[in-house]
Design a protein around this ligand. Structure first.
Ligand code: 0X9
Ligand code: ZN
Length: 302
């Protein structure tokens, strides 16, 4: 049974997605957009009232295996919007929501069974005798792939792979966004930790022409988060606020023309880091949902 008092295994998360699709067939649909390296489904859940005037938003989590608060937060959004759709605001109702809560299912399971701090996917080395597994999916996307802040060493935590989109997980996500007839207005990717709202570019310390729009909305989102749960988020460009890192999903989405592309680094600021206690799940997810409502409100005005 799904709760937000614990972190869940992949089969529980996928069971929850399937349950919602079965319970609300007119509102919720689940599809597998591909398979991971180890053969796990890559599932996307859509929530839509079917209005053709709707804007579309893509939200993912779990690109990095050890960042457990991310799938927990994305599934919280799914639960709130699906279970309470009738009483939701028009801003929320007038969006086609696409959620991919676990982009890296193999890595996520590996953090439950073997190595709690695993980050990358579980790609096995190409040559027997080579020791290091895994590619950093957030260095494997095809915009400025292989540049600053990524490594060509397979043993590095930021190994980008041998080429852009070499990995089934990043490829499936990108193909889904590219090949769907939907024009997405926003792309949000949830990570941890640090409490940052980051916009492009990540590959280098430069900003896109419309960065002031992203900065302004980011600050409004951060304000709503703070007013709701008290957490303070810093807002700025990825490369400026954090460090340059190329091949990220956010840069790729922005380069596809998706205006509001953000990486959200959830709580905390480092006391617990990736090993965030379960008592944080509900407060973090709740304040994050307040931020998401600000985005929905912005899209309703565009
Ligand atoms: O380094 C990353 O991939 C992200 N931080 S994390 O601690 N979750 O690993 C930040 C990514 C920011 N976006 C880009 N650099 N494109
Ligand atoms: Zn991350």
């Amino acid at each position: 049974l799904m709760t937000w008092k614990q972190y869940h295994r992949l089969d529980e998360i996928y069971g929850f997605l399937n349950y919602l699709a079965k319970t609300y067939p007119a509102l919720v649909t689940v599809q597998s957009i591909g398979k991971s390296h180890q053969g796990n489904d890559l599932k996307v859940l859509k929530i839509s009232n079917g209005d053709p005037k709707n804007k579309a938003v893509f939200i993912d989590g779990g690109i990095h295996a050890r960042e457990w608060i991310s799938p927990a937060t994305v599934t919280y959004f799914i639960n709130q919007i699906a279970e309470n759709f009738d009483i939701e605001s028009d801003d929320i109702k007038n969006i086609d929501w696409y959620f991919m809560p676990v982009v890296n299912p193999d890595g996520y399971e590996f953090t439950h069974t073997s190595d709690r701090l695993w980050r990358k996917n579980r790609r096995t080395p190409p040559v027997t005798g080579r020791v290091c597994s895994g590619i950093d999916l957030n260095r494997n996307f095809g915009y400025k792939w292989g540049g600053k802040g990524s490594s060509n060493n397979p043993c590095s935590e930021i190994y980008g792979g041998r080429r852009a989109f070499s990995e089934p997980e990043s490829k499936a996500l990108a193909d889904f966004i590219t090949n769907s007839a939907t024009n997405f207005s926003a792309y949000l990717t949830y990570h941890s930790y640090g409490q940052y709202l980051l916009y492009p570019w990540g590959y280098e310390n430069v900003v896109p022409p419309d960065y002031q729009d992203l900065d302004k909305l980011g600050k409004k989102i951060a304000q709503a988060i703070q007013e709701t749960g008290g957490s303070q988020y810093k807002v700025g460009s990825s490369s400026g606020l954090l460090y340059p890192a190329s091949g990220g999903s956010d840069d790729w989405a922005k380069a596809q023309g998706i205006k509001y592309s953000y990486t959200i680094e959830l709580s905390d600021t480092g006391r617990h880091g990736f090993i965030l206690p379960t008592s944080y799940i509900e407060p973090v997810a709740r304040e994050s949902l307040a931020g998401l409502r600000v985005l929905a409100n912005q899209l309703s005005k565009e």
